[in-house]
Design a protein. Structure first.
Length: 186
């Protein structure tokens, strides 16, 4: 574990990202990977991001309450993440297959479709360094979400694999945010 912490510090002392001011909301799916969540928070904060970690819910009413707070909060992107320590490292990146609604009032499962184009870019940019294809799934954590969001499942072996995966997620997120910044400047 000490080796992982030393490597994390070395990575954080490296080149700082342009992330100043960018805020990520991590929606923690499941209960596993307690130490990994601490490393994830330290890693992204070390890169200059504002990080909020919210424990995911399995009951729709509680989920809606949390998503309403998230929507009113300072998040720029939403990553629903499941971190699972295993013997073999695997990754899945998914975006919502939410259907589009019309009119002023949308059902909770139609809201993510308003951000489908941005979520698609986010998913593609994050999946590319991880060398995986984006899956399109009905995603409970994205119900009611009013910002670009994706789901990531990281199954990792202890130590190096997790840090390498975090670096790849960061690289994809950095690409997405820099493209979005360029687009906003035009």
């Amino acid at each position: 574990m000490k080796t992982v912490l030393v490597m994390l510090l070395v990575l954080m002392l490296g080149v700082q990202a342009h992330a100043a001011g960018e805020r990520i909301v991590f929606y923690r799916v499941g209960e596993s990977g307690q130490q990994a969540w601490g490393l994830l928070k330290a890693y992204f904060e070390g890169k200059g991001y504002g990080v909020t970690i919210v424990q995911g819910e399995t009951v729709i009413e509680k989920h809606v309450e949390k998503v309403n707070r998230i929507n009113r909060g300072p998040g720029d992107v939403f990553l629903a993440m499941e971190l699972i320590p295993t013997e073999v490292s695997r990754v899945m990146v998914a975006e919502s297959d939410a259907r589009s609604g019309e009119g002023q009032f949308l059902a909770i499962d139609e809201i993510p479709a308003r951000f489908a184009r941005e979520s698609d870019r986010l998913a593609s940019d994050v999946a590319a360094p991880l060398n995986v294809k984006v899956k399109h799934l009905p995603l409970f954590p994205l119900l009611g979400l009013a910002m670009p969001g994706i789901a990531i499942r990281l199954e990792y072996s202890e130590g190096q694999a997790l840090l390498g995966m975090m670096a790849k997620v960061h690289r994809g997120l950095e690409k997405y945010l820099s493209e979005r910044t360029k687009k906003d400047e035009k």
